[in-house]
Ligand binder design. Structure first.
Ligand code: ZN
Ligand code: ZN
Length: 209
């Protein structure tokens, strides 16, 4: 049976149809709202980029950005890098037994930013203090420092007669690092202040070597 395109009035005897529409009108109904310029915050200190949260810039980041903006009007896509910050995404679309592809060029506009972690580090922030005491405090502190730095930042490192104190950005990172080294610290919490009606504690981990 002859079809008539409801948009332009073309007849199916003279033109290819996809569903109810002629090929051209069908094409126009597909929306891929990928902007031609995507802004990407980049930390100027550590190079991490912000998607939902701050993460390392890897090859998958560009794909995640495309997925975030391109909507749902396609079945799959692949990305080609054209030059430094310019890419082309090819979207594959299947409708009935027709396959076609829409290509869109876009550029990544890097926005100079500071990530939360670097912001805290620069402002001398710390959540935990690791006190390393005992005869072998020197040796242990360098091992502990290395493990902690794999996970977070250390704002300050103070050596004294009693041993070594490390001021560390994350409690969780300290707990993980000490567990990794099989060290069993004595833990104490100290009220540090109140923020948004919640009490904030700083945790001290005392390691006797
Ligand atoms: Zn039409
Ligand atoms: Zn950073």
């Amino acid at each position: 049976m002859e079809k008539i395109c409801p948009k332009c009035g073309a007849l199916s005897s003279s033109k290819k149809f996809i569903g109810e529409f002629c090929e051209d009108c069908y094409f126009k109904t597909i929306e891929i709202p990928l902007p031609s310029r995507i802004e990407l915050p980049v930390c100027k200190f550590c190079g991490k980029v912000k998607l939902k949260k701050w993460e390392e810039m890897g090859s998958e980041v560009i794909g995640l950005l495309v997925r975030k903006y391109a909507g749902k009007g396609y079945d799959s896509f692949h990305i080609q890098k054209l030059s430094d910050d310019v890419y082309e995404a090819s979207f594959n679309i299947k409708k009935d037994s027709n396959y076609f592809q829409i290509k869109k060029k876009f550029s990544i506009q890097k926005i100079n930013s500071v990530c939360e972690e670097c912001y805290k580090k620069k402002s001398g922030y710390y959540e935990a203090i690791v006190q390393i005491r005992g005869k072998r405090a020197g040796v242990f502190s360098s091992r502990i420092l290395r493990e902690i730095r794999r996970r977070t930042f250390v704002s300050r490192c103070v050596e004294s007669k009693e041993g070594v104190d490390l001021y560390v950005g994350s409690k969780k990172a300290v707990a993980e690092a000490l567990a990794h080294l099989n060290l069993k610290p004595k833990i104490s919490d100290k009220l540090f202040g109140v923020k948004d009606g919640r009490r904030i504690y700083r945790r001290t981990y005392c390691v006797i070597t």
